[in-house]
Ligand binder design. Structure first.
Ligand code: PZK
Length: 286
């Protein structure tokens, strides 16, 4: 006998225990904008994000071990190895956006990394930088210095996380750029297995864990349109919504336009049609 036990909820995902060694990570069709989950779902968003994670886990196996054991037949769930999770979020930035841009404007640095002067919002950085944060249980993740991170995970593990995170980002950003998508920044979570080996976990290189920008609209000196969420942001702002709970319902044209953007990102990045994925999720693993 075996039972699937619910063990956690994220804003748009659910986590279940399959047994002592395995978890099931299920991506819903919920969407959050300005940190608020909206009452309207985007059909197939969960399958797109799961398919993208599967694709990237298969493609990066040579760089670092990962927790993926298999994709569910539903296309929205991932069976994973249960790990001991490390207590930092591993962020890599290749472009100056979001909290990185805010920090740079104030101090010229991001998470203790000094950057050259004269950079504009959304500029590409001379090289990708590692800017880890705390894992906040409530509220927002806080930036960590290298010293603080070393105190949380050990200096040797910190050096390994930095090296592996930058290698992963560089590989994926290069691949995405060839398909007309700029991967501005991304966030990883890692754990360790019973032997103490580093294992990549969570979701990777999805639009929920990364900033995707359409390369053909890229123009530094301003904020960039989001590849996936721009219709939703524009609609929500056009209502004069104050970005507090509850968020607005979405009209069907915004839902369908947003769904198409997710499918387009999936198909460009994986080279697989979403229809083929829906019939046979394992296709993204080869
Ligand atoms: C784990 N989360 C985040 C919270 C979600 C996801 N392989 C793993 N082993 C042990 N724990 C985790 C993982 C992974 N991945 C991930 N929390 C614990 C999280 C809530 C819902 F879908």
């Amino acid at each position: 006998m075996s039972e699937t036990v619910h063990v956690g909820s994220g804003k748009v995902r659910e986590l279940y225990a399959l047994d002592d060694e395995r978890l099931l990570l299920v991506a819903s069709d919920r969407i959050s904008v300005f940190d608020v989950v909206l009452p309207t779902e985007i059909p197939d968003k969960g399958r797109v994000l799961t398919g993208l994670s599967g694709f990237w886990f298969a493609r990066t196996r040579g760089l670092v071990r990962n927790h993926l054991l298999g994709l569910g037949e539903d296309g929205r769930s991932m069976e994973c190895r249960k790990l001991e999770m490390l207590p930092i979020e591993c962020v890599v930035r290749g472009y100056l956006a979001g909290s990185g841009w805010s920090s740079y404007k104030k101090s010229g640095e991001v998470c203790g990394v000094q950057l050259p002067g004269g950079l504009r919002e959304s500029d590409e950085l001379p090289e990708p930088i590692f800017t880890p944060t705390t894992k906040a249980t409530t509220g927002h993740d806080e930036p960590l210095t290298a010293k603080e991170s070393g105190e949380l995970v050990g200096a040797e593990r910190f050096a390994e996380l930095e090296r592996v995170s930058i290698e992963l980002y560089s590989y994926a950003a290069g691949h995405a750029r060839e398909q007309g998508i700029i991967l501005a920044d991304t966030k990883f979570e890692f754990g360790t297995d019973e032997e103490g080996q580093l294992v990549l976990a969570d979701e990777i290189f999805t639009p929920d864990s990364s900033r995707f920008w359409p390369a053909d609209e890229y123009e530094p000196g301003r904020s960039q349109a989001s590849f996936d969420k721009q219709f939703v942001r524009d609609y929500a702002e056009s209502l004069g919504w104050d970005k507090s709970y509850p968020g607005p319902d979405l009209p069907d044209d915004v839902v369908q336009g947003t769904r198409q953007r997710y499918l387009e990102a999936f198909e460009r990045l994986t080279g697989v049609s979403f229809e083929e994925y829906a019939g046979k999720p394992e296709v993204v693993l080869s």
